[in-house]
Design a protein around this ligand. Structure first.
Ligand code: GLA
Length: 339
């Protein structure tokens, strides 16, 4: 018996580091994705192979994680068995064109993809996303929020998903006609991302606790806060305002406002939240100087990708000029309104 799925990567247009702080986020699907093919086995083991990596890995049905990328698949297969969607051992064959470790959700696409293939069409995409996050939190030990899993489970071409991460309600917002978002990898692979992610997340939870709010996005009267938490809280509270404003700018197709909110988001992640890098800052600054209407780092940061907003008839020199100044940078994808 064989089951198959395709799941995209995502780019977050705005709303960074607020998906576990009770905020709104605005991700969109990439045209890149992962194909998962599952086939039932009769020898009581799970088995994973990938077109991109040679060799394969196998694991007993209830084995703990072993530290490699295949853990995302083993964890998802175990979760699918607990849900009763599959029984016994399965082979998973993966093929992906999403760059790994670049902040565009290659791992969420794998967990959601495996669960989706195992569950079949009848299971609601939000239920899959919530379970995929649980696999990352509990099996992998990555304390991520819900943005990536919801984005890759729900978002389609030509739209962004305005997601309320508190109640998982979302609005599909059409991407603006005549404009495009370009995703560029800085060439800086993310380093120690998981440890630093947990540190930042714990600091946010601690700050919310100190301020007596359930979610840090709800913090008010922040000006007199002590210096050790002020910048962090300022980022979270201001990013939530920017994201809600950018959703209304998108509804009105007000691109100037949308672009300046993207750039303000980058400045806040760089100066207050401290998750950008020098290379990424320079790439964003040059993207703007060469004509982008807005640009920012995307995803958790510490390297990885930027997203830039350009007119569709922007100068064809934009990317050649940018890549000349940043030889390590790589073009990842372009997204735009559906024709
Ligand atoms: C990673 C996490 C998400 C989110 C972003 C930052 O992608 O998986 O849950 O927190 O970082 O916005």
């Amino acid at each position: 018996m064989t089951r198959k799925s395709w799941t995209p990567g995502r780019v977050n247009l705005i709303g960074e580091w607020i998906d576990f702080n009770g905020g709104h986020v605005l991700p969109a699907a990439l045209p890149l994705g992962v194909t998962v093919v599952l086939s039932a086995r009769d020898d009581g083991v799970d088995h994973v192979c990938s077109v991109q990596f040679s060799g394969y890995q196998s694991a007993l049905l209830d084995a703990p994680k072993s530290g490699g990328w295949a853990d995302y698949v083993f964890g998802a297969l175990q979760a699918a068995r607990q849900e009763g969607w599959i029984e016994g051992g399965w082979s998973a064959r993966l093929s992906s064109d999403i760059p790994p470790g670049a902040g565009v959700s290659s791992s969420a696409a794998v967990t959601v993809g495996v669960l989706r293939a195992a569950a079949g069409e009848a299971v609601d995409a939000t239920r899959i996303a919530v379970l995929a996050r649980k696999v990352e939190n509990d099996f992998i030990g990555m304390p991520c929020g819900i943005m990536d899993q919801m984005a890759v489970a729900h978002a389609g071409p030509g739209e962004a998903l305005g997601l309320n991460t508190r109640n998982l309600e979302f609005e599909r917002l059409a991407l603006p006609g005549r404009w495009q978002f370009i995703i560029i990898h800085s060439g800086v692979e993310r380093q120690l991302a998981e440890g630093r992610y947990k540190q930042r997340r714990d600091s946010c939870l601690l700050a919310a606790n100190k301020l007596g709010v359930e979610y840090l996005c709800d913090a008010r009267a922040i000006d007199g806060l002590p210096d050790d938490i002020l910048p962090l809280v300022r980022h979270v509270v201001s990013e939530e305002c920017r994201t809600v404003s950018s959703m209304s700018a998108l509804r009105k197709q007000d691109i100037e406002t949308f672009g300046s909110l993207m750039s303000a988001s980058h400045a806040s992640l760089r100066d207050d939240f401290g998750v950008s890098t020098l290379e990424v800052d320079t790439l964003v600054a040059d993207a703007l100087r060469l004509g982008a209407k807005g640009a920012r780092m995307t995803g958790a940061g510490f390297g990885g990708c930027i997203v830039a907003l350009l007119e569709q008839d922007a100068s064809p020199d934009w990317w050649p000029q940018l890549s000349k100044r940043h030889p390590r940078a790589r073009f990842v994808a372009r997204i735009a309104a559906s024709p």
